[in-house]
Design a protein. Sequence first.
Length: 892
Amino acid sequence: MDQSIDILLANACQGDDNLRSIAEGKLKQLHDLDLSNFLLGLSSQLSREETPEESSILAGIILKNSLDSGEPALDDLGSRKWLSLDPSIQSQIKENLLLTLESNCDSRRRSSKIIAKVIAWVACIEIPRNQWEELIGKLVGNMSMPSSSLKQATLEVLEYVFEEIPYVLKEDQVDAVLASVINEVKMEEGGEPSSQVRLAALKALLNILKFIELAKLEEESGSSSIVAAVCDGASRSKETKIKEAAFECLVVVASRYHTKLLPHMEIIVSLTVEALKVKEDEESLRVQCIELWNTICRKEINCREEEEEEEEEDEEGGGGGGGDSIFIGHLCSFVQPLLEAYLEKEKNLEKEKKEQEVISMSVEEEGEEEGDDNLEDMDISVSAEQEGVNLDDIWEQVEDESVQDIFMTCLGLATRTMKDKVVPLVMKFVHENINGPSRMMAIYPLGFILEGPSVNQLAPVVPLLVRMMEDPQEGEGVRGRAAWILGRVFELVGANRIIKNEVVDFPRIMTLLIKMSKDVPQVSIEVYGAIYFIARGYREDAKSTSKSSELTPFVKPLIDALLSASELVKETPFRIPPCASTYKALSEIVRVSNIEELEISDALIGLMSQIFRRLSTVVKGHGEAMSSDERKNCGLLEVLHCGLLELSMKQLGRSNFEVEAAFTLRDSASCLLLLLCRVLTSDNPTARARAALAIGALAHAIGCHFGQHMPILLQYFNVKRLSPVYIGVMCSICHILGKEEEVVPSWDHIMEVLYKGIQELSLQPSILSSFGEIAVAIGDKFEKYVPPVLEKLREAEAAHLKLGDEDHGSKVRESIFKAYHGMMEGINDPKCGMKVGMALYEFIEDDQSNTKRRDTSVAMAGVDALSLLPMRVGAWSERLIVLMKEGFISRQ
C-alpha cells in the first residue's frame, strides 16, 4: 500500500487534471476500504526523507482531514475514528509522526506545520484520556538536541498543544515545557538559536502565557524571568517577526499581570521607540507595540476606577486615592515617540495622496487629448463636486482615520492614565510643528487629550484653536480641524465649565462661530457641531427656568445664522441632502433656551415661522415626480422640520408670556395642524411619527383649545395611518381634552378606528393598552364602549393563543392587563365597573391555565390591575349603596 500511496500522492499533485482526478478518486477508495492502513501509509510517507515536499504536504492534509474535519460539531466523529483504530496501528502512526520531526525541516517547512497540527490533534484526543503520556517528555527532550529544525518543529507542536489542551497537562509537564521554551527565547552567549527557532518559541510561549497562573511569573526572578527573556530576545534580534511575537507575549502578560512589567519598563520603552520607527511594510509590529501600551493603560484605568469605587463605599473616607499611575514616568517617555510616529505616518499618507492626485490628473489630461466627446461628462462631474461632496475624498478620509485611530486611541488611553501630565507633552509637540506645513496634523492630537486632565490644564487649548480659526491665511483644512477639536472640547470638558476659565473669551468664541457658520462646508459642518455641544453643556442650567445663562445673548444670532446656513434651494429644494448638523444644533439651542425671557420667546416664535414656511415647501413636493434620492431627501427634511417644530411648541407651551407665545400658537394652530397632517401622508414612516409627535406637542401647548381642531385631525386618523406612535399621541390628546363636551363626538370616530386597526398584529399591543388610557382620560363617557372593548380583549386573548407566538403573546397579555387597569380607574358606574372586574378575573383564570411562559412585565401589569381591583370594587359598592338608598327614598 505504501508504494501505491506514494504514486497516488505524486499523481494527485500533478498539473494534469485527468491524472490528478484519477489519483484523488483512488485515494478516496483507499480511505473508505481500509482506514487504518491508509492512515498508517500516509504517516509512513511523511516520515521518509525522500518523499517530495508536495507529496508530504498532501499526505499531511489528508491525514489531518481524515481525523479532523475542522468543524467543532464533527470533532467527536473524528475522535471516534481515531479511537476505533487498532492500538498497534495507533502506535505506529504516532511513531512515524514523531520521526517526521527529526527530518530536515529546512527543506520541508510547509509540511512540518501540517504535521505539527496532526501530532497536536492526536495529543488532544489521547492525553485527556491518560494516553500518550510520554509525548510531552519526548517533546521536551527534543529541545535539548542540537538540531534547529527539530527544535522548531517541536515548538510548533507545543504551540498547538497549549492552544487546545493546556488544562489537562500536569504541573511538572508545564514547568518543563516552560523552562525549555524560555531557554530558546533567550539569547545565550556563544549559542544563539536560529531566528526561526526563536520565533517558534515565542509563538509557543504566547499560548503558554495565556494558560499559566501568576505564580509562575512570581517564581521567576532576575534575568531568568519570563518577561526578561522575552525582552532580551526581542532587543537582540533584528527580525521584525520576532519583535512582533515578543510584543504579543508582553500584551498577554500585561492583560493579566501588568505590574509584572514594571522592572522591565526601561527595555520595553527602548523596544517601543524602535518599533514606532519601522518601515511601512512592517506596520504590524508598530500596531502590536501600541496594543501593549493600550493594554497597560486600560489596566491602570480599571485599577484606578476600582480604587475610587472602594473609597466611595468606605463611609469613613479620607483616602488619598486618585494618585499618579505607577507607569507615569514610562508613559511620559512613550508619548513623544508615539506622536512623532503618528506625524511621520500622516506625512507619508499625505505624500501618497498627492502622488495619487498627480496620477489621476495625468489620466484626466490623457482623456481630454482623446477628443471632445467626454467634455460634457467632465463638466457634470466638476459641478457635482463643487455643489456636493467628493466621494473619493470620503473614502480617503476613512482610510486615514483608521490609521489615525491606532495612534489616537492609544493617546486617549494614555491621557486617562496620565491626566494633567500629558498636556505639556502634547502642547510641546503642537508648538514644535504648528508653524510648518504639517500644522493640520500637528493639532489633531489635541482632540484626544480631553478626558482626564483638569479644566485649568486644558483651557489654553481653546485660545490656540480660536486664533487658528480666526486667521484668514489658514487653509480650510486647518480651520475645519480646529473647529472639530473645539467642538470636542465643549463635548468632553463641558462648555459651561471651560468658559469659566479666565483664558477663555466666550463672547469672542460665539461671535467667531456665528461668522464661520457661513464658511465652506468642510469648516461649517464642524462649526455646527461645536455650537451643538456648547448648547448641550447648558442642559442642567435649562432645568432652572429662572436662571439665565451666558448663552442667552447669542440665542437669536445663532438661530438666524443656522437658519441661513440651512436655507433650501428654491428651484431644487430636494436635490442636495439637507445638512442635519444645522438642525441638530438648532434643536439643542431650542431645548436649553430660557423661554421665560422675552427675547428668547420672540426668537422661538420667529424660528417656528421660518420652519413652518420651509415645511410647507417640502410638503408641496409630495405630488411632484422625484428621483429616489430626492424622495429620500424630502423625507429627511420632513423629519428634521417636524422635530424642530415639536421642540419649539413644547418650549412655547411652557412660556408665561401668554400674549406672545400661547396666543400665537392658538391663532396658528389650524394652519400648523393642517401642515402636520399633510406630513402624516408621507411615504417616510419616521416623518409620519415625527409629525404625530409634533401634533401632540401642539395639543399640549394650547391645551383644551385643541378641541376645536379635532375635526381636522380626525380626517387623518384612520387605519391606514395608524402606528404605535400615533396611537400614543392620540391617547395624550384624549388626556388633554378630557371630558370636554365639544369633543365627545370625536371619541366614536377614534374608537371605531382602533377597533378596525386591532386586526393588525403589530398594532395590537398599542391599541389594547390605549383602551385603558382613553378610559382614564374620558371617564364616564367611556362606559358606552365597555361592551365592545371587552369583546375585543377576549378576541385578542383567543387570537394570540391560536397564533402561538410567545413574544407577541406576552405583549398582548401585558396590554390587556393595562386595558383592564385603565378601565377600572376611569369608570365610576357600579354596574359597568363590576362587569370589568369580573372580566379581569376571568382573564386571569384563563391566562393561568393556558399560558406556560411567565414574563416579568406581564406579571407586573397583572399585579397592578389586581391591586387596583379591591379599591375600585369598594368605591363601586359605596356608589351602589347610595343609589339604592336614593331609589328607596324616592319610592316612599
